[in-house]
Design a protein around this ligand. Sequence first.
Ligand code: GDP
Length: 171
Amino acid sequence: KVKKDKMTILVLGLNNSGKSTIVNHFKKSSEQVAIMVPTVGFLVEQFYTNNVSINAIDMSGATRYRNLWEHQFKNCQGIMYVIDSSDRMRFVVVKDELELVLQHPDVSNRTVPILFYGNKSDLEDSLSNVKIAAALGLEKIKEKPWHICSSNAISGEGLDEGVQWLVQQIR
Ligand code: GDP
């Protein structure tokens, strides 16, 4: 097992799902000084703190960079998959992108825990976790631990609960 203090977490999701807001929350709540790395192309955010590296990647529009960021799968110990729970129009895209992740050899051959954030749960037309899980077919993920958590990245609600689950799986 990987030690908690040597951890790389990959934050994936479509643009506008809330990745930067989530990463900023963890930056603020971290007592250590975060070292920022300039972002390039597909990379939304990257920072190191407490020996934890958090890399956030925009999956939408990043198709041409896919081979550049997919190599990060083999180095990560956990995945955060951020979903805009009010963006029903793009659930199909979210599902397709998730399938590509799950089928990738560096993910499918390892037991990487996946935390889903049903983000923007404060919005009126947001879908419940149960409905998101059904829409994305999460019950089909049998080989790895996964968990879905409602979040409001702006208020921070749900974020710590989710990351605690993820860290427990890695520890
Ligand atoms: P990214 O493209 O995935 O990095 O998404 P951002 O973090 O930039 O967020 C996109 C937009 O959604 C911004 O205007 C955020 O303020 C907003 N946003 C992020 N999380 C939430 C949330 O939980 N609730 C609401 N209402 N808005 C959010």
